[in-house]
Design a protein around this ligand. Sequence first.
Ligand SMILES: [Mg+2]
Length: 349
Amino acid sequence: MVVNFHTVNLTKKHPLQISRGVHDKSQNLFIEIVKDGITAWGESAPGKTEGAKSAQEVKAHLTRLINSDINDLSIHEVCQRSKELKIPACALAGIDIALWDLKAKKAKLPLKDLLGLPKPKVPTSITVGINPPEIVKERVEMIISNPQVRALKVKLGSPEGIEYDKLIYSQVIESTKKSNIAIRVDANGGWSLDEAKLMMKWLAERDAEYIEQPLVEGDEDKLKFLFESRALPIFIDESCRFAEDVANNYQYVDGVNLKLMKCGGITEALKILNVAKSHGLKTMIGCMSESSVSISAGASITGIIDYVDLDSHYNLNPDPSEGTSMIDGVTMINSLPGHGAKLKTENYA
Ligand SMILES: [Mg+2]
């Protein structure tokens, strides 16, 4: 097995501001595995909260993992080894995605078929970042000018406070009143317990569909006080990294948002889905700053997921990878074997 790493710069069309800061560009590490004449692709989007700050760090961790001789291991064993070596989740995700791509290509099946999953059918939300209302107006109008778009995810939890959040959300309502668009809200842990109670009631009165990560990661013990008289369904994202976090928090949430970079790839994502479903929770899949390779891996499992936020690649200028498309608002995979996506040749040849 030959593993090649390719570091690629990603630039966003529009900078994305959330409660913790602004992101306008990133550097991702692409993992190319060549084995038995088959080329497979993975992608890792580094993140401070996912254990590796840069593509260089991801590469160093993955080199450590590969040097531990993983050639003859199953994917599950690679994940186990990765845990023993304390490889960050976002680094593991890159190689896990590539290994699943390889396995499906060997079987000559799309990854979703190898896993026995139905095809993607849920339209993706498109993210609207924290911005002054006049920019929110511009962005929302541009996003919904695409008639395929069915849902927006509005980022709140602004550092300016909940009055500013209300201005942003009110602008979204104003700009979407003539269209039939679902509106979801992600506070990214930007609220206190009292603010969350107030905002959830306020948002419920204004037709928000659900709230994601109202409280900061680490405040999970306060979820029960929010849950008992909640005005909106509660999803956790930052508070749910691995399957064990679902088991620890299921009593006080309505659903969980998994991300391949946060959990370590397809293998752990499937575990999260199993645990969430066995506790009767709703499921969601989101993304970090990812291109079509890891988006396509994620899209391969959306057939059994209730809510989908696989939209980061639409905000790239350009997307360095290819293989996904939007069909009727759904982030869709193609019918090729594997997850169906790859880094474009001009980025590494
Ligand atoms: Mg989120």
